[in-house]
Design a protein around this ligand. Structure first.
Ligand code: PLP
Length: 401
């Protein structure tokens, strides 16, 4: 018999989430991610809520590479890599990922979550200080919490993008053996870009190590999609870059840590998600590798993504909405109250546009938003239809006259 009190408690928590109107209902899709997909009970919808920035999730080369790898390597390593062997495919992927982001080496994990969680506990010790931007991704926060509890490293949080606060915290950490600065490359709720050149300058002044999670920037920022470092012309200057394979690079799953050869090798030697968990499935590794190769062969995709994002930002502003300024394909449209953000996403779905509303506590109170994400795969027709849908939904929701 299952424990009845345990189940009853879970029932009560779920009921409370529904009463508080923060219960997440999942939308089920019947077709691949793309500019358009098919949603159960809704039919065709335009996807404006996906990290499939380059449209590679269903690209023929990406799909075929996964199928071929399944045939060549089978389903997986059936164990952790250092025990049962690893596939040559993973080595190729890791070499090409390192080359893409501009480091000596990289190591893949089954998710960027795992990659981030691997890094801090492996590299930060009791005499070190780890500083984190307050808006960093949850996986970075948890990585630092884990390191703190395992290795007793010191930790600190600096105000979002606030270089003076970062400088003060680095200054206070002068006596530490080593200072680490963790930052997102692109902050996903704002669509804003880290002030990387300034962070690197501070790191030089204070002899610190910079670790940047480029999950929303890989394949997106820079002339050829190499990420935030390319955007600022500082490829090769960031100590460590982590990123996901689950967004622009095919969208399946997986992540990696990239950096100097020995820094990465220490992760192979010591990081627990590597030592005690399976490798990326070959299907996923091969699809990601194909995505990297498409990106490198077709930098015009990155250009198209940029043009689509710029067009959409200005069109939605002309339509009477208030998108946050920015240069990324993440276009948050602030509507105010959480209920309004949720209402907007429901009304948009009625108009055939799939986009998610975010409210407190994911974003600050009063700054609830509908977060649009543009893809290179959207046609101008797609985006024009989205703008019209926003006008209809905005009038119904009382946001527009
Ligand atoms: C999406 C995301 C992750 C998690 O990526 P997974 O590979 O899905 O685990 C980590 N960090 C950032 C900044 C992200 O945006």
């Amino acid at each position: 018999m299952p424990n009845a009190a345990f189940t009853a408690d879970a029932d009560a928590q779920i009921a409370q989430l529904k009463a508080d109107r923060v219960y997440k209902r999942l939308n089920h899709l019947e077709a691949p991610q793309g500019a358009r997909t098919r949603m159960e009970g809704r039919g065709e919808v335009i996807v404006l809520s996906s990290n499939n920035y380059l449209g590679l999730a269903n690209h023929p080369a990406v799909v075929d590479a996964g199928i071929d790898a399944l045939r060549q390597y089978g389903a997986g390593t059936a164990s952790v890599r250092f025990i049962c062997g690893t596939f040559t495919l993973h080595r190729t992927l890791e070499t090409e990922l390192a080359d893409l982001v501009g480091t000596e080496a990289s190591l893949s994990y089954v998710s960027a979550w795992n990659a981030n969680e691997a890094f801090t506990p492996t590299h930060a010790g009791p005499d070190d200080v780890v500083l984190s931007d307050e808006l960093n991704h949850a996986s970075i926060i948890d990585s630092i919490r884990l390191a703190k509890s395992i290795t007793k490293c010191q930790t600190g949080v600096y105000k979002h993008g606030d270089l003076d606060d970062l400088r003060a915290k680095l200054d206070a950490a002068k006596g530490a053996r080593r200072r680490f600065i963790w930052t997102d490359g692109v902050f996903s709720m704002e669509g804003s870009i880290a002030k990387l050149p300034e962070i690197l300058e501070l790191a030089r002044q204070y002899d610190a190590v910079v670790i940047m999670d480029d999950s929303h920037a890989t394949g997106v920022l820079g002339a050829t999609g190499r990420g935030t470092a390319e955007h600022f012309g500082v490829v090769g200057e960031v100590d460590v870059i982590t990123s996901t394979l689950g967004k622009a690079l095919g969208g399946a799953a997986g992540g990696f840590v990239a950096g100097a050869e020995s820094v990465v090798d220490l992760l192979t030697q010591r990081s627990r998600p590597q030592l005690f968990s399976n490798a990326l499935p070959p299907t996923v590794a091969a699809s990601s590798l194909a995505a990297v190769r498409v990106l490198r062969a077709e930098p015009a995709r990155v250009q198209r993504l940029r043009e689509n994002a710029a067009w959409f930002r200005s069109a939605i502003r002309e339509a009477g909405f208030a998108p946050l300024d920015g240069e990324t394909p993440i276009v948050p449209i602030i509507v105010g109250e959480t209920a309004l953000a949720i209402r907007m996403s429901e009304l948009l779905l009625d108009e055939g546009v799939f986009v998610t509303g975010f409210g407190f506590p994911v974003v600050p109170k009063g700054q609830a938003r509908v977060r649009c994400q543009v893809s290179a795969d959207h046609t101008r027709d797609d985006l024009e239809q989205v703008v019209r849908a926003f006008q209809v939904a905005g009038r119904k929701a009382g946001l527009l006259r």
